[in-house]
Ligand binder design. Structure first.
Ligand code: UN1
Length: 480
């Protein structure tokens, strides 16, 4: 059995014991196995982290972009070197399959390398002036101290895509990771320290949400970037707005896949299954709704239910496993209650995995539910688990209407061979990310990521878009 790792806080360059209650991360596959143990940060430690970040800010901001980028490059090298070990720890702490765990560590490294390249990209803009002898420049400066609050479901990739742009653009960071996955947070912080990050530039506080909230409310924190639920995101945004701090919130999704009558059904079934059940459906980009045109609905449902029956659910460290457990007991009861309620309201469960679920661990059955109407909660509300709800539509227009009629607007997938129909989806669906003939999840490091309406607030993440949030611009009227 793997040994328990000791958790520490990183404050002002020192690895410290927390001053609060004990925290333990456990393995969702074997809930009595402890992955990492330590003590939570106390409120004074959060304040100390903000002080350390404030003190480190001027010299980090004055460090050239290329030198900041080199730290990220070296940290990326550490993650690549340790990918197998950290990937295994990720799987033990979060429950996604080993391939996804290792893949996520490598993805975090790729994000760091992408952000390091910021030094080689355009730095601002130059405009003509209406006045002779003048030019107008737009330059970008660091925001200052950035609060980073991250979720459990991508324990290292999401932190990487918030922290790396914050750092390369010259900010210092106070980071509170999700309490369920503190070990992977510690691993990313360690990699950055090994990469040569100066003391105080990144501060890691493993805290409960009440103590973590101090970061949001702290007058020394100039901007907060958050990923998590819509309710928490909106309350953080309100608190930030009230004190004039910038906020970026990536929140929920209820992402539809639309399968039109002309689609390649084998491809659609394969991609919809990946979108719905990979990471046990615990992605804000997961496919949780499917609208299929009547003409192909029976055929698609047959393919999907055969796929669900073949799905190997089990120990995520086992190479053959395709779906591991949910992250916690609470997550499992939310999902199982949601499915039971939907069935009581008339949803029809189609297909069930051929393999027996393990007795131990927070396992839930992948659920494929054909609904009697779009009024069921399971069609509207995010369950964050392996649940795919299905509705039939009489036409492409009705399919787009059903898909779009939802408060969330993160991602969507459309399956068709008709370019015109794919382009119609761009106009019909108010989403931040649209996949054509591809699953609804996924976010490459070099392109913007984020949604609309209840899914996101503030500037988008990733790619060159991230500069908007992590810098302030100054328009310089320059007459020589
Ligand atoms: C992905 O689809 O690979 O929390 C990334 C989430 C999103 C990121 C999804 N913010 O699931």
């Amino acid at each position: 059995m793997d040994t328990e790792v000791t958790l520490r806080q990183l404050i002002g360059g020192d690895w410290l014991d927390g001053e609060g209650e004990q925290v333990r991360s456990t393995d969702p596959t074997h809930p009595d196995h402890v992955v990492a143990v330590g003590c939570l940060a106390g409120p004074d430690q959060v304040d100390a982290a903000v002080r350390a970040a404030t003190a480190a800010a001027p010299s980090w901001a004055a460090t050239p972009y290329h030198a900041r980028g080199e730290v990220l490059q070296r940290a990326a090298g550490v993650l690549e070197r340790e990918a197998e070990r950290y990937g295994r720890e990720l799987t033990r702490e979060e429950g996604k399959t080993l391939a996804e765990g290792v893949g996520e560590v490598r993805r975090a490294a790729a994000v760091l390398r992408y952000c390091a390249g910021e030094a080689d990209r355009e730095a601002g803009q130059l405009f003509h002036s209406p006045r002779a002898g003048q030019r107008i420049l737009v330059v970008h400066r660091p925001v200052g101290v950035v609060g980073v609050i991250t979720p459990f479901n991508f324990p290292i990739a999401i932190p990487a895509w918030k922290i790396a742009p914050a750092l390369v653009h010259g900010n210092t960071v106070v980071w509170k990771p999700a309490g369920l996955v503190p070990l992977l947070a510690q691993r990313l912080a360690e990699a950055l320290v090994e990469g040569g990050l100066p003391a105080g530039v990144l501060n890691l506080v493993i805290a409960d949400s009440r103590t973590g909230r101090r970061i949001v409310d702290h007058p020394g924190v100039h901007a907060v970037t958050f990923t998590g639920s819509t309710g928490v995101g909106r309350s953080i945004a309100a608190a930030c707005a009230a004190r004039g701090a910038a906020v970026q919130a990536e929140m929920g999704g209820k992402n539809p896949a639309v399968v039109l009558a002309d689609a390649d059904l084998e491809l659609a079934a394969e991609q919809v299954l990946l979108g719905a059940f990979r990471s046990c459906g615990q992605k804000c980009t997961a496919t949780s709704r499917l609208v299929v045109e009547d003409a192909v609905a029976d055929d698609l449902l047959a393919l999907l239910s055969a796929g669900v029956e073949r799905l190997v659910v089990g120990d995520p460290l086992d190479q053959a496993t395709q779906m591991g457990p949910l992250v916690s007991a609470g997550a499992r009861s939310t999902v199982d209650d949601g499915v039971r309620k939907a069935v009581a309201q008339g949803a029809r469960a189609v297909g069930s995995p051929g393999t027996q679920l393990p007795d131990d661990g927070w396992f839930s059955r992948p659920a494929l539910l054909e609904l009697p109407s779009p009024s069921l909660e399971v069609w509207r509300e995010e369950l964050f688990g392996p649940v795919l709800s299905v509705l039939r539509a009489g036409s492409a227009a009705e399919a787009f209407h059903l898909a779009g009629d939802n408060e969330f607007g993160l991602s969507a997938a459309v399956f068709t061979r008709d370019l015109g129909a794919a382009l119609a989806a761009v106009d019909a669906l108010d989403v931040g990310v649209l996949h054509v003939n591809d699953e609804s999840a996924g976010a490459d490091p070099h392109v913007p990521f984020g949604g609309s309406r209840a899914s996101s607030l503030g500037p988008k993440e990733q790619g060159t878009a991230s500069r908007e949030f992590f810098t302030r611009s100054t328009t310089v009227y320059l007459r020589g």
